[in-house]
Ligand binder design. Structure first.
Ligand SMILES: [Fe+2]
Length: 454
């Protein structure tokens, strides 16, 4: 019997989690852990974490433990295929026997790509996109030292890489690969406390996206959904404070746990079209993944309401909304409004048109250098991004099927319309045409965006 006709995901997989160390001071255990693993010479893969001094301190930590260090510090935001190949080349040239990724998702994903390349004698990293492409599962050891409250990559079996060289470019692809799971994941809130406020907000919204998509998604893996809901509650309680005051240890520690358990949730429950949308926009504009999620989340939740209203009502309660006197649709509306409020409070821009040029991108990467500074997609580009969204590996996990036209409309809304859903909701209920000029405060962008522009 073809049970896929009646059960969309009849068999669910639990992906192995790596060992994890979490808590203040845990990063200092990295060097001794490498020594215990029998490593002699590691390659630290990082974006450089400029201005923090963290790379120097971690280098000393390994050398004090008797482990030699080489450093590849050219990882770009939304790691590119050539970053993976360059890191692999240095790993080979310097006779390294293990990897250390230091930073956020870009550093971890770049390292995962470089490890797979190392395990397959230098084959191009773009050959490993998609599901379970590794033929050799024995990747070199990988210690991931995480410094953000959003990625989750330090503990998941996934990597996301920008293909900038094949005839599919620009294409941000996802790999689901058991061989990519790290050897040791380290989450130290003391490192998260060095993040600029803007990145606390952006990466915090990556955690919101992971937890929301895992909780409402099609997989419904029961080892993940309770964690997802708890992560949402912790973000609701702590992201405002962690963004406003990154030196508040309690708030950042809570966000560290929230990002860690949200990642465990989506390791098994997978994701949905919010991540597909984010990947598409990253491919074309190379802006921050968490920022994309913050802009897209209200639009995607609104689209998913018919298929996931009851789950969104749970999210409203996790955000502290009293829903006893609400219907399920009203409570799911309230969840969206609560998330919009959080996005506004931490400075997420209203739409992609309000995003200023992202400062870490377009460093000698050819294709992006020729891109306009402002995001104002025309019909052809919206169509291209919609096709990218539909084909993304995360799309099948979404609770509601999506057509090209629907994807295109969500993207158009993200580029041009206000984030607040209440005016659109009212117009829809009245059978009126929505007019963005009637929305109060639509020209109000987040404080961080205004500061960046100043
Ligand atoms: Fe993400």
């Amino acid at each position: 019997m073809d049970i896929t006709r009646v059960l969309e995901v009849p068999v669910k997989e639990f992906f192995r989690q790596p060992r994890g160390l979490i808590g203040p001071g845990s990063w200092e255990m990295a060097g001794p852990e490498a020594k215990t693993m029998g490593l002699h010479h590691v390659l630290i893969v990082t974006s450089g974490l400029r201005g923090t001094g963290i790379v120097d301190e971690v280098e000393r930590n390994f050398e004090d433990a008797g482990v030699a260090v080489s450093i590849y510090d050219k990882v770009e935001s939304n790691p590119k295929d050539y970053n993976c190949m360059d890191a692999y080349q240095m790993f080979t040239d310097d006779d390294c026997d293990g990897f250390v990724s230091l930073g956020g998702g870009s550093s971890h994903d770049c390292t995962k790509g470089a490890r797979v390349v190392a395990a397959h004698d230098g084959r191009n990293v773009n050959e490993f996109q998609g599901l379970f492409k590794s033929e050799n599962l024995e990747n070199p050891p990988h210690i991931a030292i995480n410094t953000t409250v959003g990625t989750g990559s330090e503990t998941t079996p996934f990597a996301v890489i920008n293909d900038m060289s094949s005839d599919k470019a620009p294409h941000k692809w996802v790999a689901v690969d058991r061989a990519m799971t790290t050897t040791l994941a380290i989450n130290d809130p003391l490192l998260m406390m060095t993040m600029p406020q803007q990145y606390v907000a952006y990466t915090g919204f990556d955690t919101v996206a992971h937890a929301m998509e895992a909780y409402v998604g099609r997989i419904q893996h029961l080892s993940g959904t309770p964690l997802a809901l708890e992560a949402l509650r912790m973000v609701s309680d702590n992201l405002r404070e962690a963004t406003s005051n990154p030196h508040n240890f309690e708030a950042m520690s809570a966000m560290t746990w929230a990002q860690y358990i949200a990642a465990q949730a989506f390791s098994c429950s997978l994701l949905g079209i919010l991540h597909s949308l984010s990947h598409a926009v990253c491919a074309y504009y190379d802006i921050h993944h968490g920022l994309n999620n913050g802009i897209g989340i209200a639009r995607v939740m609104e689209f998913n309401q018919p298929a996931a209203g009851a789950r969104m009502a749970d999210i409203a309660r996790a955000f502290g909304v009293e829903t006893r006197n609400m219907t399920t649709p009203q409570a799911s509306d309230a969840a969206i409004d609560a998330i919009v409020r959080l996005a506004k409070d931490v400075g997420i821009p209203d739409n992609f048109g309000d995003v200023v040029e992202y400062p870490k991108d377009r460093r000698g990467t050819g294709w992006y250098e020729r891109r306009p500074a402002d995001i104002a997609s025309d019909d052809a580009e919206l169509d291209a991004m919609a096709a990218h969204l539909i084909e993304d590996a995360c799309t099948p996990g979404n609770p509601r099927d999506i057509s090209h036209a629907q994807a295109r409309e969500i993207l158009r809304d993200c580029v041009y319309d206000p984030m607040d859903r209440s005016a659109k909701r009212l117009a829809r209920m009245r059978g009126e045409q929505f007019n963005p000029q009637n929305v109060p405060g639509t020209d109000t962008t987040g404080a961080f965006v205004a500061a960046t522009r100043a």
